[in-house]
Design a protein around this ligand. Structure first.
Ligand code: HEC
Length: 164
């Protein structure tokens, strides 16, 4: 071993140990006051897809796996949850404007059709989030039905996102 290798390894080990002291805030508020189900019908077969495949990153309640305790994985996962929730939060969806709600359903259709959601890395450890073609179609149809009901019940211009 070269002389500097051992101190370097110890240094890295110390960093890894220190990193464990940093605990990202957990997404456990479970505030569901404006959950998607308060306004839209969510049939059991849709909930059976959303819950295992989407809610961990897109709601106010994440079911954390044991390895979420360990850094640097903890920070990596926390980043996904933060960013996921910022883009789409099923727990707060119905307090957003009608245009935003409409747009979120549109994005869900896009992401699910293209196979971009759920995040690929998530499905390595969450087998029940690997969606079949039929499950994808169920989600797409559900989001489309919600868009249809919005356009039947609200004036067209209230469904358009205003550009700033
Ligand atoms: C492991 C965490 C994770 C899971 C699980 C997950 N997402 Fe995401 N989602 C993200 C992140 C992070 C982003 C933002 C980055 C991006 O767009 O790739 C995102 C973005 C999105 C967007 C885009 C919103 C926008 O404003 O652009 C939609 C729609 C979406 N997800 C829907 C879903 C649906 C539907 C599911 C379940 C089938 C799902 N996601 C599962 C983490 C996740």
């Amino acid at each position: 071993m070269k002389k500097y290798v051992r101190p370097l390894l110890y240094g890295l080990l110390a960093l890894l140990v220190l990193a464990q002291l940093y605990r990202p805030t957990r997404n456990l508020s479970n505030d569901q006051t404006s959950h998607v189900t308060t306004k839209y019908p969510v049939p059991a077969e849709v909930e059976a897809i959303l819950k295992p495949a989407c809610y961990d990153c897109h709601s106010n309640l994440t079911a954390y796996p044991w390895y979420a305790e360990i850094q640097p994985v903890a920070s990596w996962l926390a980043g996904h949850v933060d960013e996921g929730k910022r883009k789409l939060n099923f727990s707060t969806l119905t307090k957003r404007s009608i245009a935003v709600q409409n747009h979120k359903f549109e994005e869900i259709i896009e992401m699910v059709k293209e196979g971009e959601m759920p995040l690929n890395s998530y499905t390595w450890t969450h087998g029940d989030a690997r969606l079949s073609e039929q499950q994808r179609q169920t989600l797409v149809d559900w989001a489309q039905a919600n868009m249809d009901s919005l356009s039947a019940n609200y004036p067209a211009d209230s469904l358009v996102m205003k550009r700033k």
